[in-house]
Design a protein around this ligand. Structure first.
Ligand code: UDX
Length: 436
C-alpha cells in the first residue's frame, strides 16, 4: 500500500521503516530539509538498535523514500500518518500547533479520497478538530476520513514493539477506513485489532502511559516501606508480579521515570482531565512520588557523605533508560544538576548518551568508560541500568575510587556480593548489608 508519514522524527522514522519492511511503499516527509538531507545521505539521526540497517535495506529496495515536500507526500499516500511532535506547554497542556499546521497543509494538497491517521500522542477530541480543520481548508476538493492510531513504542525496542505489537488500536468516526487499515496492518499478524470511536482511541494512549507510570510510582512508594521495614522490594514485586492480574512489568523501583513521554503525558492527562472538569488527584500523586524517588536517593547520598561540596562524584548512566541515547527528562541529568548545585565535582559516563548529555551538562568531566568515571571518586551513583555495567570488573572499579561507596539507583547489583567486595552499597528498597 502507498503510505506517507508526515513528520520524520523518532515515531515517523521507525513506523515508516517497519511499514516498508512489511512490503508497503513508504514516503517520509519532514519540513526540516536538513533532516531530510541527512536521511537521504544514509545517516540516521537517532540511536535505535536495528533501525539503521532496516532503513538502508528498504531504501535500497525502493520501498522507502524521504522528501521535504508535503505535496509530494500527499500525492503519494492513500493513507497519510501524522507523526509530528506534540510538546508540552508551560502549564502541562499539549502544544497542538504542529498537528494543526500539518492538517492545514495536507488539506490544501489533497485531491483524492485520503485516510489521515493521527499517530502522535494527543488529547482526547483532537481527531475531531483535525477533521474540522481539513474540511475547512480542503474546500471539498477531496473526500477523507480521520483516524486515531496511537503508537505504543518504547525507545530502544520500538522496532520490536511495532513488528510484534500487543494490540493495534484504531479509533474511527466512520467504518469506511477500517478495511484499508486492516490491510495495512495485516502483515504484522497482530491478534488484537481493536476498533473504537476516535475519542476512546485517543484516551487509550494517555490512559495506558499513565497507568504504567502509576505502576512505577507504586513500586517506588513500596520501596520506601521496604527500606523502613527491612523488607526487599525485588522480592515484594516478584511476589506480586506472578499474579497475572498484576503482572511483573513496570514494577522496578529506582530513581523514577523520565524520558520524552511519561512526564509529558502524565502532565497532559492531568490537564486534559482538569479541562473536562475532573481533578485527577491520583495522577498528581504519581508525579509527586516520582519526584520523591529522586529526593530520597539524594538524601541517602547526603547521609553517607554528609557534605557534597568539593566531593568528587561519579555518575554511571545518563540516558533516561538503557538502550537509548535520549537524555530528555533523564533522572540522571536532574541528579547531576542537583549535586552540582551542592558543590560536588561530577565525572560521568554513558555507553550511548555522551554526545547528547554533553550538550546539556556543564562542568562535568565526561569519561571514556565506567572505570575512568570512578577514578578519584568519593561516591559512585548508578543512574541507568545498562547491561554493560552488569559486566564491570567490580574490584577494578573499587580500586579506582578514593572511597568505595556505591549508590545504586536501579538495583543493578547484588547487595551481598557488593558488600563482600568491600563496597559500602546502598540501593533502593533493599535492606543495608553490613560486612560480617
Ligand atoms: C513509554 C511507553 O512505554 C511507550 O508505550 C510509549 O509509547 C512511550 O512512552 P519510553 O518512554 O520509551 O516508552 O520508555 P519506558 O520503557 O516506558 O520507560 C519510561 C521510564 O520509566 C524510564 O525512565 C524507565 O527507566 C522508567 N521505568 C520503567 C522504571 O523506573 N521502572 C520500571 O519498572 C519501568
Amino acid at each position: 500500500m502507498k503510505v506517507t508519514l508526515v513528520g520524520s522524527g523518532y515515531v515517523g522514522l521507525v513506523t515508516g521503516a517497519c511499514f516498508a519492511e512489511k512490503g508497503h511503499d513508504i514516503v517520509c516527509v519532514d519540513n526540516d530539509s536538513q533532516k531530510i538531507a541527512t536521511l537521504k545521505s544514509g545517516q540516521i539521526p537517532i540511536y535505535e538498535p536495528g533501525l539503521e540497517e532496516m532503513v538502508h535495506r528498504n531504501v535500497a529496495a525502493g520501498r522507502l523514500r524521504f522528501t521535504s515536500s508535503t505535496e509530494e507526500g500527499v500525492e503519494h499516500g492513500q493513507i497519510i500518518f501524522i507523526t509530528v511532535p506534540t510538546p508540552p506547554q508551560e502549564d502541562g497542556s499539549v502544544d497542538l500547533s504542529f498537528m494543526e499546521g500539518v492538517a492545514r497543509t495536507i488539506a490544501g494538497d489533497m485531491k483524492n479520497y485520503t485516510i489521515i491517521v493521527d499517530k502522535s500522542t494527543v488529547p482526547v477530541k483532537t481527531g475531531e478538530k483535525v477533521a474540522e480543520t481539513i474540511r475547512r481548508y480542503n474546500g471539498n476538493k477531496a473526500d477523507f476520513d480521520v483516524v486515531s492510531n496511537p503508537e505504543f513504542l518504547r525507545e530502544g525496542s520500538a522496532i520490536e514493539d511495532l513488528m510484534n505489537p500487543d494490540r493495534i488500536v484504531v479509533g474511527v468516526m466512520s467504518q469506511r477506513p477500517v478495511p484499508l487499515l486492516r490491510e495495512l496492518y495485516a502483515p504484522f499478524g497482530c491478534p488484537q485489532f481493536i476498533v473504537t470511536d476516535i475519542n476512546s482511541s485517543e484516551l487509550i494512549k494517555h490512559a495506558s502511559n499513565s497507568f504504567l507510570a502509576l505502576k512505577i510510582s507504586y513500586a517506588n512508594a513500596l520501596a520506601v516501606i521496604c527500606e523502613t521495614s527491612g523488607a526487599n522490594i525485588t522480592d515484594v514485586v516478584n511476589g506480586m508480579g506472578f499474579d497475572k492480574r498484576i503482572g511483573r512489568h513496570f514494577l522496578n523501583a529506582g530513581i523514577g521515570y523520565g524520558g520524552s513521554c511519561f512526564p509529558k503525558d502524565i502532565a497532559a492527562f492531568i490537564k486534559i482531565a482538569e479541562q473536562l472538569g475532573y481533578d485527577f488527584q491520583l495522577l498528581k500523586e504519581v508525579q509527586h512520588i516520582n519526584r520523591d524517588a529522586l529526593e530520597h536517593f539524594l538524601k541517602k547520598l547526603r547521609t553517607e557523605l554528609w557534605v557534597l561540596k568539593d566531593k568528587t562524584i561519579g555518575v554511571l548512566g545518563l540516558a533516561f533508560k538503557p538502550n537509548t541515547d535520549d537524555v530528555r527528562n533523564a533522572p540522571a541529568i536532574e541528579l547531576i544538576h542537583r549535586i552540582q548545585a551542592e558543590g560536588a565535582h561530577v565525572r560521568a559516563y554513558d555507553p550511548q548518551a555522551m554526545e547528547k548529555a554533553g550538550v546539556i551538562l556543564k562542568d562535568v568531566t565526561l569519561c571514556k568508560d565506567a572505570y575512568e568515571a570512578a577514578h578519584g571518586c568519593d561516591a559512585l551513583l548508578l543512574a541507568t541500568e545498562w547491561d554493560e555495567f552488569r559486566k564491570l570488573d567490580l574490584s577494578r572499579l573499587k580500586s579506582e575510587m578514593i572511597h568505595p561507596l556505591i549508590l545504586d539507583g536501579r538495583n543493578l547489583f547484588d547487595p551481598i556480593q557488593m558488600t563482600s567486595l568491600g563496597f559500602t552499597y546502598r540501593s533502593v528498597g533493599q535492606a543495608i548489608h553490613h560486612p560480617k
